[in-house]
Design a protein around this ligand. Structure first.
Ligand code: NAD
Length: 264
């Protein structure tokens, strides 16, 4: 029997270390037989990303700062030279000054607002623009978002506004590219302790809150996000596009948790 992702080639953007959500997704895709390339930001991450990629049988590890059009062009030129065709792309990238991931949203600065939107929103569009040209037999693009796009969450602030825009961009690109057989989706992941998450104020409290208040009464793992990503990236999700899929132990569905009601 052939594996789900056999013969499929995909780019994973945003692997920083073995705690990254990108790592959970990459592992599931590789287990299912996909051939992977990785892009990372900055020379410092290279020594961390190389061995992880190698452990999944990939020798395509490319530097790319998504703030730079030239850097994105170089990444996709390298992919085109090596592979020609591309089947899927995972965008697991977000960034904001951590000084603005605490306190009030209303105090956010113009410069960090623009930078957060550039790195966390436009970079997905910029990557999809280039990936779509290589998806000559259709394809699937996936990004990562968070519930802070839909509802106010403590400290998420400007990232909530960025994720709302990112989710809207998923819907617009799904429409634009649907006729080419290219699907565009997002996973809205529950909180997971990663490098990026550690920049958010009171993150440990947010984790605990989700654990206590989600229907499954627990948090989610990188591998669980990976399994849902596999569904969206593979033929299992062939009719799914423009979707924001929650992988959050059900937290998004709850208005108020049932408790032993006090006498009132
Ligand atoms: P992470 O720190 O492992 O990954 C973030 C990645 O973004 C890093 O690899 C970093 O190098 C990359 N990045 C930042 N600026 C970049 C730039 N200019 N160019 C290229 N890459 C850049 O953390 P993570 O939690 O795995 O984050 C991945 C995605 O998942 C993010 O979009 C994040 O918002 C989202 N997400 C995370 C959680 C969570 O609780 N951890 C929940 C929901 C959504």
């Amino acid at each position: 029997s052939t594996k789900l992702m056999e013969g499929k080639r995909g780019l994973i953007m945003g692997l920083a270390n073995d705690k990254s959500i990108a790592w959970g997704i990459a592992r599931q895709c590789a287990d299912a037989g996909a051939e992977l390339a990785f892009s990372y930001q900055g020379e410092a991450l290279k020594k961390r990303v190389m061995p992880l990629a190698e452990s999944l049988g990939s020798d395509m590890v490319l530097e790319c700062d998504v703030a730079s059009e030239e850097s994105l062009d170089a990444l996709f030129a390298a992919l085109e030279a090596r592979w020609g065709r591309l089947d899927f792309i995972v965008h697991a990238i977000g960034f904001s000054d951590k000084n603005e991931l605490r306190g009030r949203y209303v105090d956010t600065s113009r410069s960090n607002f623009l930078m957060s939107m550039d790195i966390s929103v436009f970079s997905f569009t910029a990557a999809v623009q280039r990936a779509a040209r290589l998806m000559t037999e259709g394809g699937s693009a996936l990004t990562l978002t968070y519930y802070g796009a839909e509802r106010v969450m403590p400290h998420y602030n400007v990232m909530g506004i960025a994720k709302a825009a990112l989710e809207a961009s998923v819907r617009y690109m799904a429409e634009d590219l649907g006729k080419d057989g290219i699907r565009v989706n997002a996973i809205s992941a529950g909180p997971i302790k990663t490098l990026a998450a550690s920049g958010i104020g009171d993150f440990r409290y947010i984790l605990k809150w989700n654990e206590l208040n989600s229907p499954l009464r627990r948090n989610v793992t990188q591998d669980e996000v990976g399994k849902s990503a596999l569904y969206l990236l593979s033929d299992l999700g062939s009719a799914v596009t423009g979707e924001v899929h929650h992988v959050d132990a059900g937290y998004h569905s709850v208005g108020m948790k049932a408790v032993d009601a006090p006498d009132i």
